[in-house]
Design a protein around this ligand. Structure first.
Ligand code: F6R
Ligand code: ZN
Length: 190
């Protein structure tokens, strides 16, 4: 027998009505920003909410899908925009589709095997396909919350450890008023 199949998005509240919500604050993003001193300085001023994810998993069988609504707030640490922690899927071949609903941002992708990096637009009216074996992180490059839905296989799982250990090779920074991707190694942080 089927359970609940329909859900309502409350975009004003940034949540799927009735779904559990995970909240990530700046203090949860230790090690994500290249500018470690800037990160500590920002934390000394407060611990803002950076993003929330409310998730729905209606079924857990093979072939089932889960989805989550992400709301990533605008902000920066130095030149680096607010971002999600980023992860690989525990089942590496599991892909995901991101559908942008509001705001303006980017999806940073990194192939685990080759290190190939891509920066794709993610925002209102944008869709990004995340292939299997790709570490993925969302970044808010705008002035309003970036709101998106991610749909992924129920058995994808989240592996945060691999990214926490070595981080993404590329960093997205604001330069001359626009977002650009630069190498973490060799990034001059001042
Ligand atoms: C699920 C997925 C998204 C993220 C969300 C928060 O596979 O990719 O729903 O979970 O964007 O990012 P993380 O999980 O990296 O904190
Ligand atoms: Zn994912």
């Amino acid at each position: 027998m089927w359970g609940e199949l329909a859900a309502r998005l409350d975009l004003g509240a940034g949540a799927i009505v009735g779904a559990p919500v995970v909240r990530r604050r700046l203090s949860d993003l230790k090690g994500c920003f290249a500018d470690a001193a800037g990160y500590e300085a920002a934390l000394a001023l407060g611990d803002p909410l950076v993003y929330t994810v409310s998730s729905v998993g209606a079924g857990n069988g093979s072939g089932d899908l889960h989805y989550g609504l992400g709301v990533l707030y605008p902000g920066r640490v130095g030149d680096e925009y607010f971002m999600t922690k980023g992860h690989l899927h525990s089942r590496r071949e599991a892909a995901e589709v991101y559908i942008g609903l509001r705001g303006e941002g980017r999806m940073l992708l990194e192939d685990e095997a080759t290190g190939e990096s891509r920066l794709e637009p993610l925002g209102e009216g944008r869709v990004v396909y995340v292939p299997g074996h790709a570490a993925h992180r969302t970044i808010n490059t705008g002035d309003v919350p970036l709101v998106y839905i991610g749909v992924y296989p129920a058995d994808a799982g989240h592996d945060y450890g691999a990214i926490a250990d070595r981080n993404f090779r590329m960093v997205v920074v604001r330069r001359e008023g626009r977002a650009m991707m630069v190498e973490r190694d060799g990034l001059n942080v001042h």
